[in-house]
Design a protein around this ligand. Sequence first.
Ligand code: GLU
Length: 449
Amino acid sequence: MNSIDEKLQPILSTVLHRNAGEKEFHQAVHEVLESLGRVISKRPEFADDALIERICEPERQIIFRVPWVDDRSEVQINRGFRVQFNSALGPYKGGLRFHPSVNVGIIKFLGFEQTFKNALTGLPIGGGKGGSDFNPKGRSDGEIMRFCQSFMMEMHRHIGEYTDVPAGDIGVGGREIGFLFGMYKRLTNRYEAGVLTGKGLSYGGSRARTEATGYGTTYFVQRMLGTRDMSFEGKRCVVSGSGNVAIYAIEKILSFGGLVVACSDSDGYVVDDAGIDLDLLKEIKEVRRGRLSDYPRLKGKGSHHIQGGSIWELPCAVAIPSATQNELTGNDAKILVTNGVVAVGEGANMPCTPDAVRIFQKAGVLFAPGKAANAGGVATSALEMQQNASRDSWSFEKTESRLATIMHNIHDACAETAEEYGAPGDYVLGANIAGFVRVAEAMRALGVI
Ligand code: GLU
């Protein structure tokens, strides 16, 4: 691991001690603290009043029981979380993740990342994250609804359009947001559209929100490629995952002239040298809620599915990891570099291990960290909040053009900050510092709270 400034060492020690065993949270804090040494030597005021210690400690952490009845009339118990990390810039904002791997450490790492990501968007949103260890796989619509209703039964007292605005993440899409919003409306007897984002278009959602994370990552990577006079045109790309982020990253890469030859789910990956058939992928994942292993049979010929294995063994010029945290290891990074990868953009949150990031950077590969590259989703959530507050509904074109501008601005802020702090081309440092400075300036102005 890179070194951490000795003034920041005690802060890391406290985080490790206070959050024992939460390894993803440790990893996320470590990565940010690595970048902050340069900030406190240039702007020592940011080390005053335990500001960095306060940034590493969530403002509030809520853990609750979620009881629900399954289709066999059996009572199931899950654990619910909402970590309200930082509200210096606006109401807490961040998604809900429903996945069996969820625990307080995962939610804290996501909430910490979210705080800097949201700051980078330049929009007035603080950072938070939530979710549950509920596994939606194989559950009926009725079970999903009852779970969401029970989850909201507790969460409604902690959220609100000026307090905390959840949205989706892994396992939470339009269907779940609908059930959650319905229950919130019933419990509060208020039509408070701005309390959740990622809503359906029929009840206050924003156009382009579904596409925003994948599109935004692609806009970011396109601009990053541009710094070396390259583009997606004619490039072979691999996108891991096959959820919301991956599908719309693929769509935008295709529109920029790239060729996406593979994507994955938790069972394995599918390779189609002619290019992934986007309509078929959407049909399998969005309509049937099925598995990628069905792809070769439905496609007819020319593609195959690999059970298990690593998608990163496939040669490509651009890699967009869009599945989940730590999915791309140091070993995968070595293979990608040997195979000539020129750019990597994180569509997911922290999908590359610290080793992998170091290998890419050492090899001179353009590397875009998730907190910058995947900020398009939450940025468009903030645009949804704007539309709700003004009781307006924008066209797809207007919303997408706002998204493109925001992504270009985030890219440029990261690149300029890296340059200013003596590490040109280091988007990790640029994103961490640019995000931190925005949050830190607001926190200083608000006093010790
Ligand atoms: N879950 C997404 C993220 O990781 C979006 C959050 C939101 O829209 O609030 O940024």
